[in-house]
Ligand binder design. Structure first.
Ligand SMILES: *[C@@H]1O[C@H](CO)[C@@H](O)[C@H](O)[C@H]1NC(C)=O
Length: 149
C-alpha cells in the first residue's frame, strides 16, 4: 500500500465519504467525453463490492450532442461474456441529469449499484453505458470490481 492509498483508507476509516477517482477504460464514448468516475465507498482498487450493499456511482462527462433522453445499460463482463446487470433506474434523466441534454455541457450522472447477496464472489468488469436519443454512447466506461461477501 502506498502513502496515498494509506491516507485514503485512513480517511475512509474515519467515517468520511470516500470517493477517489476510479481507474476506468473508455469503451467507445462517442457523443460525450468522460472526465471522471467515482464509486463510493471504494477505498482501494479494484473496488470491493460487498454483497447486500449498494454503491453510489458518479460519472462526470461532457456531452457533445443535444438529446431529449438518456438510457443507462449496465453489464457485468464475466470471463469475456457480458451479462446484463440490473440497476434500479435506467432513465439517465432521473439520475442526476437534467434533460434535455445540452451540447457542450458538463453532467454528473448519479446512480446506485446494488450488489445482491446471491451474486458469486468473483472479480469482474462492470461496463456502464449511457445512450442518447440515437442509441449512441454519451459515455461507455469499464472498470474492474471484486465482489466479496
Ligand atoms: C460527482 O462528482 C463531481 C466531480 O468530482 C463532484 O463535483 C460532484 O459533487 C459529485 N456529486 C455527488 C452527488 O457526489
Amino acid at each position: 500500500m502506498d502513502v496515498r492509498t494509506g491516507f485514503i483508507v485512513l480517511i475512509c476509516l474515519m467515517g468520511f465519504t470516500c470517493a477517489e477517482p476510479v481507474k476506468y477504460i473508455d469503451c467507445g464514448s462517442s457523443t460525450g467525453k468522460v472526465a471522471m468516475v467515482d464509486i463510493s465507498p471504494c477505498a482501494s482498487q479494484p473496488c470491493q463490492l460487498h454483497k447486500g450493499q449498494s454503491y453510489s456511482v458518479n460519472v462526470t462527462f461532457n456531452s457533445a450532442v443535444e438529446s431529449q433522453t438518456s438510457k443507462a445499460l449496465v453489464h457485468g463482463i464475466i470471463a469475456g461474456v457480458p451479462v446484463p446487470f440490473p440497476i434500479p433506474i435506467e432513465d439517465g434523466c432521473k439520475s442526476g441529469i437534467q434533460c434535455p441534454i445540452q451540447k457542450q455541457q458538463n453532467y454528473h450522472y448519479l446512480n446506485s449499484l446494488p450488489v445482491k447477496s446471491e451474486y458469486p464472489t468473483i472479480r469482474l468488469v462492470v461496463e456502464w453505458e449511457l445512450r442518447d436519443d440515437n442509441k449512441k454512447d454519451l459515455f461507455c466506461i469499464r472498470f474492474p470490481v471484486q465482489i466479496v461477501s
